[in-house]
Write a protein that binds this ligand. Structure first.
Ligand SMILES: [Zn+2]
Length: 76
């Protein structure tokens, strides 16, 4: 298994899950583009599911549907 190559500037800052580059909610547009370019759609969805689970633990008060849209809807 190869590790994804992701622009290090657009990584998530836990536990708030904001982008380190701009402080916007992660994954920001640049992070999404980098992630999508770095791996197959299947690997991308798996990766985002994993992060969604972690984010849900970090932010238990947020509505789950919002996290789903933010982490997974865009992966297609
Ligand atoms: Zn970013």
């Amino acid at each position: 298994m190869t590790s994804p190559v992701v622009d290090v500037q657009h990584v998530e800052e836990r536990p708030g899950w904001s982008c380190r580059a701009r402080g916007r909610p992660w994954p920001c547009d640049s992070a999404r583009k980098d992630l999508a370019a770095a791996m197959s759609p299947t690997a991308l969805r798996k990766q985002m599911w994993t992060r969604l689970e972690v984010a849900a633990q970090d932010m238990p008060d947020g509505p789950p549907s919002e996290l789903f849209v933010r982490f997974l809807r865009w992966t297609g």
